[in-house]
Ligand binder design. Structure first.
Ligand code: KG4
Ligand code: ZN
Length: 338
């Protein structure tokens, strides 16, 4: 099954061609970071205009790199939500037009479901259900029990900031440009993660909740204090990162111990974080648990993961090209047929 994937939920304009949810024949993405960096965040109006300007070329480029033609594609997959409405509608309109004109099936995919299947791209293994996913991105931080491609349940979530948001806000405090997660990661390499003991959030009893706003505020107060003004930025970055990783691994451990899982999966933009990848890899080796961590190019937003989700969810995600609408606050558990 050859799927053309389209992803425009936020600021990256992405297209990909994927065979059987696994073999990535092409995955192209034009980052808009340069356009948004000067505003210190994503400007929705700019994002949707850039999608309009770039999407056709991204789709043609993905097909050309894959050595395929529109006619050979078996279906079109597109992110229908959650995300920025102005960005989503560009991808959804394009996918509907293609599916309708070519007479191909259309798959409306939840962006977060895409992240869950990204770790299985370019790998021989199929998803080993049930697995536990730690999904950490710019907009979401959650633990998901994935019982099948269509039975996905959130078992823990952040009460405030998403992990990526905490990285971006802290990076800004450290004077790094937006989006700062990857830059903070690089800065932390030269720092001491034990230099400062920033607070680690503890969940309410019986929950697997996460929280990062207290940590971010504590870094801010520290940086504004006399000691903070003299502190090495690298040490602050490394200590902040260590606190985030500790909280994520602690919650992953509690979730893993609460039900019988076959494997753990790390996904979302923050899964590209070097300290988190190291900690989860060590954790899985120590416990003899299979861990799937995607390479950085599939951690952050991409269209290959959307094509993969369509392959795994097939009929449950299939929609009439004329009926599909973008939904900026699409419910996590909702599949099209429900
Ligand atoms: O999944 P993603 O590309 O977009 C969303 O759906 O949100 O995630 C983007 C987030 C941003 O907050 C970015 O700063 C963060 O992932 N990120 C990182 C790293 N690379 C990207 N955070 C920490 N360390 C990294 N290496
Ligand atoms: Zn994402």
């Amino acid at each position: 099954m050859l799927v053309l994937g389209i992803e425009t939920s936020c600021d990256d304009t992405a297209a990909a061609v994927v065979r059987d949810g696994r073999d990535v024949l092409s995955s192209v993405s034009t980052s808009q970071d340069a356009f948004h960096a000067k505003y210190g965040g994503i400007v929705p109006e700019i994002a949707s205009r850039r999608h309009v300007a770039l999407l056709s070329a991204a789709v043609e480029d993905a097909l050309a790199r894959a050595g395929e033609r529109f006619e050979s594609v078996d279906g079109i997959a597109v992110t229908r939500g959650p995300g920025l409405i102005g960005s989503l509608v560009v991808g959804v309109a394009a996918a509907k037009a293609l599916a309708f004109a070519l007479g191909k099936p259309l798959y409306g995919i939840n962006h977060l479901h895409g992240h869950l299947f990204a770790p299985f791209l370019d790998r021989p293994e199929r998803p080993p259900y049930p697995f536990l996913a730690l999904l950490v991105s710019g907009g979401h931080s959650q633990l998901v029990a994935v019982e099948s491609a269509t039975a996905l349940r959130i078992v823990g979530r952040t009460r405030d900031d998403a992990a990526g948001e905490a990285f971006d806000k802290t990076a800004r405090l450290l004077g790094l440009p937006y989006p700062g997660g990857a830059e903070l990661d690089r800065m932390a390499v030269a720092g001491n993660p034990r230099a400062y003991a920033f607070p680690r959030h503890k969940p309410a009893p019986g929950t697997l909740d996460l929280s990062f706003s207290g940590l971010k505020t504590s870094v801010r107060y520290f940086l504004e204090s006399p000691a903070g003004r003299d502190a090495r930025r690298e040490d602050v970055a490394a200590s902040f990162q260590a606190a985030v990783v500790d909280v994520l691994v602690a919650r992953l451990t509690s979730a893993y111990e609460s039900a019988p899982y076959q494997a753990v999966v790390l996904s979302g933009g923050v899964a590209a974080n070097s300290a988190l990848v190291r900690a989860v890899t060590e954790w899985s080796a120590r416990r003899h648990v299979d861990a799937f961590v995607p390479p950085a190019k599939y951690c952050t937003d991409n269209a290959a993961m959307i094509a993969a989700a369509a392959f795994y969810q097939r009929e449950a995600a299939r929609v009439d090209p004329l009926a599909l609408t973008a939904d900026p606050s699409l419910d996590f558990a909702l599949l099209h047929t429900e």
